[in-house]
Design a protein around this ligand. Sequence first.
Ligand SMILES: [Zn+2]
Length: 498
Amino acid sequence: MSLQRFALHIAIRLAAPLALGLALAGQAGAQTASPDPTAEAEGAKTVALLKQLIRFDTSNPSGDTAALAAFLRTQFEPLGVQIDVIPAPNGKAVHFIARLKGDGSKKPVLVAAHADVVPVERDKWSVPPFEGVEKDGFVYGRGAMDFKGGMAVFARAVMRLAEQKVPLARDVIFLAEADEEQGQYNTTWLARDHWDRMDAEFALNEGGYILQDAAGVVRQVNVTTVEKMSVVLRLRANGPVGHASRPLPSNETANGKLIAALEKLSVYEPGIQLIPQTRAYLAALARQNPGPVARGIDKILAGADARTQAEGERELLKAKSSDAPLLRALMHNTMAITMFKSGQAANVIPGEAEAIINARLLPGATTDQLIDEVKRVVHDDSVIVDFATPASQEATRNYYLAKSKTPESSTSTELYQSLQKNAALIWPQAQTVPVLFEAGTDAVAWRERGVPVYGIYPYPLDADILKGMHGHDERIAVRSLYEGTDWVYRILLDVAKK
Ligand SMILES: [Zn+2]
C-alpha cells in the first residue's frame, strides 16, 4: 500500500461515513483531508523494523533467537532503556526484556511478542521467506503476521515513548520471548525463575484478529480474554503378533481395533457449548452479516433445543464456509487425530498400535469428561485411552485440572478500556469484542498468576492474510502496520503516561 492510499484511508476514517468510504475506495486521488504525518512516519519505522526482524531466521526448531535478541539490544540500548537478556539452558532460546522506567506509582504494563517462527517450505513461497520483501503494499516473510509484525508494532510503541521521554507513572516492559512455537523454554519457563522481570498489572500479547471486510473496512476488533486448553491423549490397542501372509480378523489385531476406534472418533461431533465470549462474538458477526449468517446465528443463540442449534450451525457454516474451522472451534470441544505409531516391518502384523489425539477444550470442560466421552464414542474396552505424557497419569491430570482453573482476563481494566476506546478512534465502524482464542498462547504464564492478558494481532487483516499464518507467502499489509502502530502507541500512552 502506497502512502497515497494510506492517506486516503486516513481521510475516510476521519471524515467520511461508510457509504462515502465505499464510494471512494479505489479512487486514489480523491482525498478529502490531509493525512496525519506523524502516524505515517511512525508507521514507516515499524515497517522498516519488521523487515529487519524477518531477516533473522528464528525458525523453531531450532528456535535460535540469540542473534535477534542481540539486534534488539542495539535498538533499545541507545534509548537508555534497561535491558535483560535471558538465555535458556539449550543456548538457543534467548528471551529479551527492555524496561522503560516509570515513577513506580503504578504497576508495570507489559507487551509480549514471540521471536521464534514456524519453519517454512521454501519452494512453496513466491518470495524468499527471510528477506522482508515489500511488494504490492505488503511486507512478506515468515513471521510477518505471526508474530514479528506484532513485535515490530509493540517495540516501536515502546521506543517512541522512550524517544519522546514521556513521563511515565508505570514501567513499560517489552518482552521478545523465545520458544513459543515449541514450548520447552517459553514464557512459562521464564516465569519460573524470572517472574520479577515480567510481573505486571496487565499485558498484551498475540491473540484476537482485527477483521476487515472485502472493501477493507474494519468491522470487528477481537481481543482474546480466554483460551482453549490443549490436551494430548493417547489411544492404544494390543493384539497378537503374526506373519502378514496369514492375516487375522481385523477386530482381533492392534491395528484393526485402533482403526475402528479412530473411525468412530473422526465422525463424532461434540455438541455446541457457548461461553459468554462466543455469544458476544457470534452476536457481533450477525450484526455485520444480515441474511443467512445472521439467521444461522439467531438459531444457535436462541438455543431452543440441540437440534435447532445444530441446524443453525449448519446454516452458519455454509454461509461462512471460509471461516468454518474457526467457528466450529469456538463452539465445540474439538479433537484432532494427529499422530500414529504402529508396525516394525512390512511383513509383520504388529502387536501394538498407538494414536495421538489433540483435544482443545472450552473453558469449564475437564479432562475427566473428555476421557469419558472418548471412551463412550470408541466403545471398546480393549482400547486404552489416557494422557500422552512422560509424567504420571495422576500428575498430568492434576496439571490440566490446575490449568483449567486459569481465570479469564477482565474487561473492566484500564488496559482493556483503552484498547476499546482507541480502536473506536482508529476504526470507527468496528466493534471491539472480548473473545475466546481457539488455540493456546504464551498468555498462560500471566493469566495463571492472575495477571490479565489481552491477545491481539495488532493490524487489520482478512481470511486471505490468515491463510499465510503458518502457511506460505505469509504477509501483512503496510497500511495495517501503520494503523496498528498508531493504535498500540495510543494505548500505552493512555495507560502509562503520568
Ligand atoms: Zn504466534
